[in-house]
Design a protein around this ligand. Structure first.
Ligand SMILES: Cc1ncc(COP(=O)(O)O)c(C=O)c1O
Length: 341
């Protein structure tokens, strides 16, 4: 039987044996009462790791981003964010439907907005007041582009100079940290809050963290409760999440190396590939005369799974279950299947 090569997302990663053991053995308590020692340990560890005062465990990146946005804003506020961001495209419009907050989506260069100043409108009775600016790092729709500390610093300074809070959707922040060979604190010292996922390349089965100062995280805790995210003996998932955060960050480099072999191979075949930094490879298959559904179907038959990003863009994501050999198999198959008329 041919092996399934699932390149749809790093969210398909299964928990490691150590994570399964942690799920069974972690001490449990009722987290709504603050009694779960494993969650408390995870939240302390996460806050220290990212150099922020406090952190909270949430069920998903979407819940974490929404709870953070609700905590930073009031109904009727405007949130500036860039127009390819996950929060804007893929989080069911939660900030508007639940928070009554208006997003203003602005164009960027792969998640970086050098001219953010030009989009700041100042005080005017006609405008919804802008109170928050969101940054995504790494940037999913831009092929896992990893914003540098300098890029984040430039944007944050402009936002802060205008009295906006800054939230980072750092779903894959440790990929950016590995790519730029920096410390995560170099990023977090520039923002007011950060959400980061444990269930992506870090392989935890469930969960994300939101970090910020204590007062802010206390508000996020209330918003999480409102969103139905107050969980009880949650150490059962926080245990594996702690293993993910402690032990799985360094291996992300392997995923990056595999992604860059894939991207180079595609380029050699004449496929137009976005600049790739980390574990995501986005390519434009119209450059070889295909639509994304054609490109996907031709690989799907052979157990190689990828996802569309538009009618002409497809995305490959490498992760712990993808080996260098799988990448070679994928490239061989692409050479055979994408170039037949
Ligand atoms: C950049 C980014 N932010 C947020 C999320 C949301 O995470 P979740 O799927 O855990 O809700 C994702 C998910 O893929 C993502 O890629």
């Amino acid at each position: 039987m041919t092996k399934l090569i699932d390149l749809r997302s790093d969210t398909v990663t299964k928990p490691t044996d150590a994570m399964k053991e942690a799920a069974i053995k972690s001490e449990l308590g009722d987290d709504v009462f603050g009694d779960d020692p494993t969650v408390n340990e995870l939240e302390r560890y996460a806050a220290d790791l990212v150099g922020m005062e406090s952190a909270i465990f949430v069920s998903s990146g979407t819940q974490g981003n929404l709870a953070a946005i609700l905590a930073h804003t009031r109904t009727g506020d405007e949130v500036l964010l860039e127009n390819e961001s996950h929060i804007y495209h893929y989080e069911v419009g939660g900030m508007s439907s639940i928070g009554g907050v208006i997003p203003r989506a602005i164009p960027s260069q792969k998640g970086y907005i050098p001219d953010l100043n030009e989009y700041i409108r100042g005080e005017n009775i006609h405008y919804a007041p802008t109170t928050l600016f969101c940054i995504e790092n790494t940037h999913s729709r831009n092929g896992g582009y990893a914003l540098s500390v300098e890029q984040v610093a430039n944007m944050s300074k402009i936002a802060h100079d205008n009295n906006f809070k800054v939230h980072m959707d750092g779903a894959r922040i440790f990929n950016a940290v590995v790519y730029h060979n920096t410390d995560v604190r170099e990023y977090t010292k520039l923002v007011d809050s950060m959400q980061f996922c444990l269930s992506k390349g870090l392989s935890a089965p469930v969960g994300s963290m939101v970090a910020g100062d204590k007062e802010f995280i206390d508000i996020v805790r209330r918003k999480r409760k409102m969103l139905g995210g107050g969980m009880r003996q949650v150490g059962i998932i926080a245990g594996p999440a702690l293993v993910a955060l402690r032990d799985m960050r360094d291996r992300l480099k392997i995923d990056h190396d595999n992604a860059s072999i894939l991207a180079d191979g595609l380029r050699k075949m004449g496929v137009k590939v976005f600049e790739n930094h980390t574990n995501i490879v986005v390519c434009d298959v119209s450059s070889i005369g295909l639509s994304s559904s054609e490109a996907i179907d031709r690989l799907d038959k052979f157990g190689i799974l990828i996802v569309p990003f538009s009618n002409i863009l497809v995305r490959f994501t490498t992760h712990r279950h993808i080996s260098a050999e799988d990448i070679q198999t994928t490239l061989d198959r692409i050479e055979k299947e994408w170039f037949v008329s």
